[in-house]
Ligand binder design. Structure first.
Ligand SMILES: Nc1ncnc2c1ncn2[C@@H]1O[C@H](COP(=O)(O)OP(=O)(O)OP(=O)(O)O)[C@@H](O)[C@H]1O
Length: 260
C-alpha cells in the first residue's frame, strides 16, 4: 500500500504470524477489585491492534501492566518471549516497548528539534544532549522523523506553541526515535481535529508496517480505518476479538458497548 493511502476498511491480516506480545492469564486486583481478570491475548509482529471497551473495562490498566507501571497480581506478559514481570519500567523501554499516555508529555519550553534531540537513546542530561549530539547524522534522523509526524515546518517552534494534536505527534515521534518494536498508545486522537485524526490514522498504519502498535480507542470510525484486529474488553475480561466488522456484529459487544 502506498504511503498515506488508507483503505476504507483496514486489512484484517497483519503481514506476519510471529507473536511479539503474549499475555497469559493476566490479573490485577486493587483492594480486592479485579481491574483485569484472567486476560489472555497475543499481538503479532507488524500488527496494529485496537483495544476497545466501556469505561472501566481495564484497557489502560492492561497497558500499564505491559509497560511495567502496574505489577500484575497473577499471570505473565511475554515480549519476544521474555517475561516482562522480571523487568522494571526503564528496562522494559530498553527491551523495545514504547508507551504513550493519554495526555501529551513534551518539554513545552524546548523547541520541537530539542524535544527530538533529548528523546534519542543513550542521551543522559539536557546539556550533553544539546551540546554534544548535534551531528549531521542526528540532524538527518530528526528531520526524517519530523517529516514523518507532520512537524517538518515546526522544528524551530517551542513545543508549548503547538496544537494539542501536534503535541501528540511530537510525542509519538519522540517515542519512535527510540526505535521500539512495540508501541502502546492510549487514545492518541482524543482532542484532535478531523484532519489531524485522518493524518494520525495514516501515520499509525505506516508505523505498523515496521513494528507492532496497540492502540486504545473509542471512536469506531477511526477503529475501522486503522485496525488489523480489535480486542474488546469488558469488566477486565476478553469479551470478543476479531476484525472491526466481526466485533461490531458480535451481539455481546453490541449489548455491553456499541449499542449504548
Ligand atoms: N490504581 C488503581 N487503584 C484502584 N482502582 C483502579 C486503579 N487503576 C484502575 N482502577 C480501576 O480499575 C478499573 C479499570 O480502569 P481502567 O482505567 O483500566 O479502565 P479503562 O478501560 O481504561 O477505562 P476508560 O475508558 O474510562 O479509560 C476501573 O474501575 C478503575 O477505577
Amino acid at each position: 500500500m502506498p504511503n498515506g493511502a488508507l483503505p476504507q476498511a483496514a486489512s484484517a491480516v497483519p503481514p506476519s504470524n510471529e507473536q511479539i506480545l503474549r499475555i497469559e492469564d493476566l490479573t490485577v486486583s486493587f483492594d480486592g477489585f479485579k481491574a483485569v481478570d484472567g486476560l489472555s491475548l497475543s499481538v503479532e509482529r507488524n500488527e496494529l491492534r485496537v483495544i476497545i471497551g466501556p469505561n472501566g473495562a481495564g484497557k489502560t490498566t492492561l497497558l500499564d501492566m505491559v509497560c511495567g507501571k502496574t505489577k500484575p497480581s497473577a499471570g505473565r506478559v511475554l515480549f519476544n518471549g521474555q517475561d516482562l514481570g522480571r523487568l522494571n519500567e526503564y528496562e522494559i523501554v530498553r527491551a523495545g516497548v514504547g508507551r504513550k499516555f493519554q495526555t501529551p508529555s513534551v518539554y513545552e519550553d524546548l523547541t520541537v528539534l530539542e524535544n527530538f534531540e533529548i528523546s534519542l537513546p543513550r542521551m543522559h542530561g539536557l546539556l550533553q544532549s544539546l551540546t554534544f549530539r548535534r551531528t549531521p547524522a542526528v540532524r538527518e534522523r530528526i528531520d526524517a522523523m519530523a517529516e514523518q509526524v507532520f512537524l517538518a515546518e515546526r522544528l524551530g517552534h517551542r513545543a508549548g506553541q503547538l496544537s494539542h494534536g501536534q503535541k501528540q505527534w511530537l510525542e509519538i515521534g519522540m517515542l519512535l526515535m527510540q526505535e521500539p518494536e512495540l508501541l502502546l498508545l492510549d487514545e492518541p486522537v482524543a482532542g484532535m481535529s478531523p484532519r489531524e485524526r485522518e493524518q494520525t490514522g495514516d501515520l499509525l498504519r505506516r508505523i505498523s508496517t515496521g513494528k507492532s502498535v496497540v492502540v486504545i480507542e473509542h471512536d469506531m470510525d477511526f477503529v475501522k480505518r486503522i485496525a488489523h484486529r480489535v480486542t474488546v474488553l469488558h469488566q477486565g475480561r476478553l469479551l470478543s476479538e476479531g476484525t472491526a466488522a466481526e466485533v461490531q456484529a458480535d451481539p455481546r459487544v453490541i449489548d455491553v458497548y456499541l449499542g449504548h
